[in-house]
Design a protein around this ligand. Sequence first.
Ligand code: MG
Length: 245
Amino acid sequence: MYPKCIVIVFVLFTSMISAQVIEPTDPRATEDWSRKPPVITGKPLKWEVPSDAVVLLGNSTDQWTKKDGSPIDWMLEDGVLTVKPGTKDIISKASFGDCHLHLEWRSPVVVKGDGQNRGNSGVFLQSRYEIQILDNFNNETYYNGQASALYKQSPPLFNACSKTGEWNTYDIIFSAPKFDKFGNKLASGRVTVIHNGIVTQNNTEILGTTEYIGFPKSPIHGGAPIILQDHDGLVSFRNIWVRRL
Ligand code: MG
């Protein structure tokens, strides 16, 4: 028989191990295939730019920069800004907290690739929380990775994607997470997404940062820029504005 103290130490150790949440190292571990969002035909929303909106994309790219502060390489033509693959993400010069963000996006006309490789981009709120942009017209992927998903956290309620090569609208109502001065999270961020007039996220809790591998994290932060993602797809954008809430 083992001495009693050794048995107690062993039991404590094993219970500590079992209580620990193991961080996944395989990206597939955080894919959600449990409920396929029904396909709904929506209609892109037409908005006049509200009088108090910050226009991030009209006829110039002067509200955008690369992460290193240098000018962006994406192409702007007639108010349409298209990703130049390989030139990296672009970020807004201004920072935002709670806001209503309107943006219009279009997947590439020429279908290339499938799943996550078809017209992938994304919009990151406060540089950390991605609302996925993807061509999901007749293109299946894990449901928390499709268009309108809070990426790897919440699948959209519906698949409201326009046909390949046609414009989509996102209206995103975002409440930023709140932290105390010690970095404790007092309130999660929340997001509502209206995709082509269809509510696809309904006041969804943001669990933390968007992670391709592993669980969301909750580092303390304040207002931060919006990021548009270069994910090698020729995704285009137009008419982007933000109202601070
Ligand atoms: Mg993306």
